[in-house]
Ligand binder design. Structure first.
Ligand code: DP6
Length: 366
């Protein structure tokens, strides 16, 4: 597949108006995407667990303009209120995808969106938000082109999401999604995410992710700035090679259910992401003292309990605590007893591996 394959043939019979909706989850990367080239092409492949509870719901209402416009026409309502600060993001997204969804200039849109996770929790909403919007647009495209197969729908939804936010292309499906060319993964692509195509041991079913909200402030480094810092980064080449190797190693880890090796890869990926930020110019420390307290507590608990709890981090101070279903009681007690004190206002979110985005029945479920 190339970009050109996502350009549709001319539409006939544009509908006058309609309404579509999707709920799309966030995801947590195990091998991290950090660094990108032109047109949202990742510098290295990545893989993530799709989440379940952390999600964005988007309802998109569209009405045909009298005449095809030259600029995008939309209103954005976030959690019931107009949100002008989101306008530039949506405009950039639309301008990146208009070649692939040309009807964008034929309609006025009302985008109503809300997140399941608390506002300003420090949890990035770009993956769930951009994928929910991309899916709504695909639903309109499907109305115009009903012959589209499910595979085409999912692939293009991921392709469009990527152009909104790279990690968003991993939110369409579940439960494990890989994105980016990788020689050891058949059908992998830089253009969209694919459902992980190999055997996964049952230990990874229903995996838990408890997200500890250590710092709910605005991100200190936007992901755009962060990715840019990889351009002249002294360790970039080694880092990108490492991501490829880690993906190859994960293949047998997933197959065998090798949790010890899983932990090594996942924690090393998280710390490498932060090490990249600490060693770029300018440099940043995105962890907070409580992030480190939590990491040390997790290591001590793992040692004494023999459980397989581990952590990963995004580009911020919050900690994702990962653990298998069969250890959930013991680990959850530990989280409550020992880790929650390090969270801002004791806040945390219990999430788990999920199965991807779902259509919202706009007639009833809205
Ligand atoms: C640290 O997907 O937010 O979460 O493509 O610029 O929107 P843009 O970046 P974004 O980067 C996410 C980076 C990460 C790691 C990951 O999810 O793989």
């Amino acid at each position: 597949m190339t970009e050109k394959d996502f350009v549709p043939s001319a539409y006939h019979n544009l509908k006058e108006e309609g309404v579509v909706g999707f709920k799309s989850p966030s995801n947590i990367a195990l091998v991290k995407y950090w660094g990108k080239k032109e047109n949202q092409i990742p510098a290295n492949p990545s893989i993530s667990f799709t989440l379940d509870a952390c999600a964005t719901k988007t309802i998109l209402t569209y009405s045909k303009l009298e005449k095809r416009a030259t600029d995008f026409s939309f209103d954005l309502i976030f959690e019931g209120k107009p949100k002008p600060s989101f306008t530039p993001k949506i405009t950039t997204f639309f301008s990146r995808i208009v070649t692939y969804v040309p009807f964008l200039l034929d309609y006025h849109f009302v985008i109503e969106t809300s997140n399941s996770f608390p506002h300003s929790s420090g949890i990035a909403s770009s993956a769930s938000g951009m994928s929910a919007l991309a899916l709504c647009l695909m639903e309109i495209e499907k109305e115009l082109n009903p012959e589209m197969s499910d595979t085409q729908f999912i692939q293009k939804a991921s392709f469009l999401s990527r152009l909104g936010s790279g990690s968003a292309c991993r939110s369409i499906q579940g439960d494990i999604v890989q994105w980016g060319n990788h020689t050891d993964t058949d059908r992998s692509s830089d253009l969209y995410g694919i459902k992980y195509p190999y055997e996964v041991h049952k230990l990874f079913r229903n995996y838990h992710d408890t997200i500890l909200l250590v710092d709910k402030g605005e991100k200190q480094v936007s992901s755009t700035v962060g990715h840019d810092l990889m351009h002249d980064h002294p360790f970039a080449r080694q880092r990108f090679a490492q991501a490829h190797e880690n993906l190859t190693k994960l293949k047998s880890v997933f197959k065998e259910g090798d949790l010890k090796e899983f932990i090594k890869i996942v924690e090393s990926e998280a710390l490498t992401l932060h090490a990249m930020m600490m060693t770029s110019h300018p440099y940043f420390i995105l962890m907070k003292p409580n992030t480190l307290e939590i990491i040390n507590k997790i290591w001590a608990f793992r040692e004494r309990s023999g459980t397989h709890v581990c952590f990963t981090l995004d580009a911020g101070a919050n900690v994702h605590v990962l653990y298998p279903e069969n250890e959930k009681e013991e680990v959850y007690q530990f989280i409550k007893n020992e880790l929650v004190v390090y969270c801002q206002n004791q806040q945390y979110i219990c999430d788990r591996i999920g199965f991807g985005a779902k259509r919202i029945n706009v007639g009833l479920d809205n």
